[in-house]
Design a protein around this ligand. Structure first.
Ligand code: ARG
Length: 492
């Protein structure tokens, strides 16, 4: 028995240490020596993941500017990331000190956040298939137009919709929008010129044309929480960069030779044929594989913690103490009755505001998955305990063993053995659902694959590869579990 406790203790300790190390320390408030910038790295050449080789680095025009400012003002820079529509909430939740994401100052945004001066001017374009002849707003009547969620392009699309009959389709990432055009599900997309250029270079069946009628140009500025002390010093450095030619130099670096030049030159796939070519992702495979430890860490921590929490809940349910029973039942009904994705977003986005603790994405993921799987496991474990032969309870009681000792040493081990298959099911479910944490920015397997897809302007190959990794992991898990089960049966 001692051994088992020691083992559990070691496992928990190991998890705690690993989680502690993975935790990206995010210094939040201004005045600290480290400033956190948050960006949406789906936007080459402004910001995107460098996927060659296995370290995960966000690079681009905005990043170079941020580093220049960092040098001038002498702070340490920490870069966080989320989808574009999560950037302003992140500023408001004080998760970051500033945003650089090719973000355009608009009157609506100015109500909630402050902006620096504009450091780069861009124009909106229409990206469409070459044969489509879609060049200006008037050509768009009756068409479906893709835009990135939460961007000024979405607003401009709405503006066009006031006069021309178009249907807007909002997606999270520009790469997804391009994929939709190629699949023929949307007719065109509104994309900034420099970004459009990269996509069109990589996809020879696409073209882009500046939209003449859109008056608000898409200039980029740095965004800060309202009232931030950083605006002034940042503006001073930006102005310097304008005067001394540094901005000019950086825009030459990123916007004339686009970072897409190394994309394979194989002809772009035709609209209705799927041309898979896995050679295109070979250089990025290490990057995707690096998501595996994170996915495993995440799944195993949630399973272990969930098992403990579930056991506690199941004790509450069978304890006969009414308030505990009620609590456990209501808890279970809530966590089983609402979507996991919703719980995840709530824990991640509401925790800093409610508690002041800046929970990292990984911690928020583990916490949510533990709370959620605890609810499911509590039912399984309760069933397992209640299925243990009544005689066992009586025998133990008559030998004068205390209730808790009996539970821990006699009943639980038998219950666990019986419910092992159900627990394995739960673990497999968690492993696959772990991909949900990609939505709050943890770069696990799925997210890595999406990043590679966005960088290479391809979609299917990285996703299929990610699917293969999940499948292999689940298979490994199943084999391990059957072996364990056989061993337990033998020791009966
Ligand atoms: N300039 C546009 C805006 O502010 C689009 C920016 C999108 N940026 C990104 N990193 N995806 O709405």
């Amino acid at each position: 028995m001692k051994k088992r406790r020691l083992f559990l203790f070691t496992v928990i300790l190991a998890i705690a240490i690993i989680v502690g190390n993975y935790h990206l320390s995010v210094a939040s408030s201004v005045g600290k020596e480290t400033l956190t910038m948050i960006t949406s790295p789906d936007y080459p050449p402004y910001e995107f993941y460098e996927t060659q080789g296995s370290d995960r680095k966000i690079v681009g025009f905005d990043i170079d500017i941020a580093n220049y400012i960092r040098q001038k003002l002498g702070f340490k820079l920490n870069i966080a990331q989320s989808d574009f529509n999560g950037l302003i909430p992140a500023l408001q939740a004080k998760r970051a000190d500033f945003v650089m994401a090719g973000m355009t100052p608009t009157p609506e945004r100015r109500e909630n956040i402050d902006f620096s001066i504009i450091y780069y001017e861009a124009k909106d374009t229409l990206v469409a298939l070459k044969s489509s002849n879609l060049r200006k707003s008037e050509d768009l009547a009756g068409k479906i137009i893709g835009v990135q969620l939460g961007t000024i392009q979405e607003q401009n699309g709405k503006q066009i919709a006031e006069t021309v009959n178009i249907q807007l389709k909002q997606l999270n990432k520009v790469s997804e929008i391009v994929q939709e055009i190629k699949a023929g599900r949307i007719d065109a997309a509104i994309v900034e010129d420099t970004v459009a250029l990269g996509f069109v270079k990589a996809n020879s069946d696409l073209e882009f044309n500046v939209i003449p009628s859109i008056e608000n140009a898409s200039g980029s500025a740095i965004a800060f929480p309202k009232g931030s002390q950083l605006v002034k010093p940042f503006n001073d450095v930006l102005q310097q960069m304008k005067n001394n030619g540094e901005l000019e130099r950086l825009s030459k670096k990123w916007f004339s030779i686009t970072p897409t030049s190394e994309v394979s030159t194989s002809p772009a796939p035709k609209k209705d044929r799927l041309n898979l070519d896995f050679r295109r992702i070979i250089p990025d495979i290490p990057f995707i594989l690096k998501g595996i430890p994170l996915t495993l860490l995440f799944t195993l921590s949630s399973v272990f913690l969930g098992l403990f929490w579930g056991t506690a809940l199941s004790f509450f349910k069978i304890s006969g103490i009414k308030p505990l029973g009620w609590f456990a039942n209501i808890y279970t009904s809530i966590f089983r009755g609402t979507p996991l994705l919703l719980q995840l977003s709530l824990v991640y986005f509401a925790t800093p505001q409610l508690t002041g603790y800046d929970i990292s994405a990984l911690q928020a993921g583990i916490l949510t998955f533990t709370l959620n799987s605890g609810a499911y496991m509590s039912e399984t474990i309760r069933g397992g305990i209640q299925a243990v032969d009544k005689g066992q309870f009586e025998a133990a009681m008559s030998m004068g063993v205390t209730y808790w000792m009996m539970m821990w040493d006699v009943i639980l081990p038998q219950a666990l053995k019986n419910i092992l298959p159900a627990l394995v099911n739960e673990t497999i479910g968690l492993l696959k659902d772990s991909s949900l944490v990609a939505t709050i920015g943890v770069v696990e397997i799925l997210r890595s694959a999406q990043i590679v897809g966005a960088n290479r302007y391809i979609y299917f190959e990285p996703l299929l590869f990610a699917g293969l990794i999940y499948y292999v992991l689940v298979m490994g898990l199943s084999f391990g579990a059957s072996a364990l089960e056989r061993k337990l049966r033998r020791s009966d």
